[in-house]
Design a protein around this ligand. Structure first.
Ligand SMILES: Cc1cc2nc3c(=O)[nH]c(=O)nc-3n(C[C@H](O)[C@H](O)[C@H](O)COP(=O)(O)OP(=O)(O)OC[C@H]3O[C@@H](n4cnc5c(N)ncnc54)[C@H](O)[C@@H]3O)c2cc1C
Length: 436
């Protein structure tokens, strides 16, 4: 039998349970009035992760701790916010209970902000034989894979295996794929040859592929062209209109049956929502939670969804909003204002209106693209803008300073300093069974 989770009594306050401490959940937990609500913040991890810079951890440019922040530190001064590291699995809207792996959490109001995970489109061969980039631990795994490939390429005497180790395939030509390809191309030019003088880096191939006819499909045509030209100049092999059929035995097979052999296949081609079971069928649309203009989940007054996992369709946005950080943050802010005013929906509640602040993507050193309203530009200025926007967005002053120092150091020295292959060691005394 599942017992009730050990959480302090709510007293005479309403209990607001927030699942997910990412962009949306964390913002809501910060902005909600703790004098009115007892807030229970639930997350699988005990830290917040700044996903736009995962690729920098994966390529040794930043420490994992520079782009993450402990939830408990964020809320040290909030005595009526209780963080629990656990996984939510099911919601019972009739009983107003959330099932988690530490027990049942009763709620008055529930906010689902569980974000997305990697989408393999049901293809197990891709899931099992590629590396994803949707969490800090996956970023570290990718970093280890990259470094291990160079180490192994030095020790093997098999030429075809060496070629597979020195071939990098990135599937997905969105911002993450472009950023990853650009970072690897920069490292091939100025960093790896210094670390591995015995390797002939003419043998290192970087492939970037996408099923669409252009890179950066969410940005303007001009940004796509700029990204394409810059990556081509930097020696990246770009394959457009190519879908991946399977990845098996170090072989990537495309829809047209062409193949590339590689031991480093990075899958950044799609996301799927982490939505929660238990709600009525009408509440879901391809896994996302359908919400109204107040972010209330279809069919429920006391359950809300914000951020990537929610789907808010309007006349001008028939496919919903883009799954980006700004949408998540703005939804959280709007919901906090509404709930702080009155937890029951009333005429004073504000409808969610997305203010699009534009898009930025970096392509590598001194190169980025920006679509800011009518202004579309690329190059050095866009790159500096990208750096500053990211520094300002990172949570925690120490993190902002440390990222700034790492980036200045890398820029001046043409170097990244975090090329460590750290692997966890098994110890039978380390168990997480109390959380199961
Ligand atoms: C590699 C990468 C690069 C990106 N780059 C950009 C960019 O440049 N610009 C941009 O605007 N957006 C970017 N995005 C998208 C952006 O990160 C997301 O839109 C944003 O994180 C969505 O916020 P969210 O709060 O909905 O979800 P998330 O930030 O993903 O947070 C979800 C949280 O829920 C927790 N969680 C999930 N399921 C459960 C569960 N069952 N129980 C408990 N906890 C759970 C997770 O641990 C996580 O902390 C990028 C994403 C990735 C992966």
């Amino acid at each position: 039998m599942i017992t009730t989770a050990n959480i302090p009594d709510r007293g005479d306050k309403k209990r607001l349970v927030v699942i997910g401490g990412g962009f949306a959940g964390l913002e809501l937990a910060k902005k909600i009035d703790k004098r009115q609500y007892q807030v229970i913040l639930i997350d699988k991890n005990n830290y917040y992760q700044f996903q736009p810079l995962f690729y920098q951890v994966a390529t040794g440019g930043l420490e994992p701790s520079s782009i993450s922040y402990p939830h408990r530190k964020n809320f040290q001064k909030n005595k009526d916010l209780h963080f629990r590291m656990c996984e939510a699995t099911f919601v019972d809207p009739d009983k107003k209970e959330l099932t988690t792996n530490i027990g049942i959490v009763p709620y008055d109001l529930l906010v689902i902000a569980t974000g997305c995970d990697t989408n393999y489109f049901g293809n197990d061969s891709i899931k099992e034989n590629t590396f994803a980039l949707k969490s800090l631990s996956e970023s570290l795994l990718m970093r280890n894979r990259i470094l291990l490939s160079f180490e192994e390429s030095l020790t093997t005497t098999d030429d075809s295996k060496r070629k597979e180790l020195l071939t990098f395939v990135i599937v997905g030509g969105g911002a993450t794929g472009v950023e990853l390809a650009g970072a690897l191309a920069d490292m091939r030019k100025s960093i790896f040859p210094k670390d591995y003088p015995e390797i002939d880096f003419n043998e290192m191939d970087i492939h970037l592929m996408d099923g669409m006819d252009r890179l950066l499909g969410g940005m303007s045509q001009r940004a796509s062209q700029k990204a394409y030209d810059t990556l081509k100049d930097r020696g990246v092999n770009i394959h457009l209109n190519k879908t991946v059929k399977s990845v098996e035995d170090s072989c990537v097979t495309m829809g047209d049956d062409s193949q590339i052999r590689s031991r480093n296949v990075f899958w950044v081609a799609g996301v799927r929502p982490n939505s929660l079971n238990g709600l009525s069928e009408n509440s879901y649309n391809r896994g996302r939670l359908v919400v109204n203009n107040y972010n209330q989940v279809e069919g429920y007054n006391d359950i809300f969804a914000i951020g990537d996992t929610s789907l808010l369709v309007s006349e001008d946005r028939v496919k919903g909003h883009p799954q980006v950080a700004q949408v998540a943050l703005q939804m959280a802010k709007n919901l906090a204002v509404n709930l702080n005013g009155d937890s029951e929906r009333n005429s004073a509640w504000h409808e969610f209106v997305y203010k699009d602040k534009g898009s930025l993507a970096t392509i590598g050193r001194n190169a980025a693209v920006a679509d800011l309203g009518k202004f579309r530009f690329g190059g050095w200025f866009a790159w500096w803008l990208w750096l500053w926007v990211h520094i300002l967005s990172i949570v925690g002053m120490r993190n902002k300073v440390s990222v700034f120092i790492d980036w200045v150091w890398s820029y001046l020295n043409y170097d990244v300093s975090l090329r460590l292959l750290v692997r966890p060691k098994f110890n039978k005394m380390y168990k997480e069974e109390d959380l199961q």
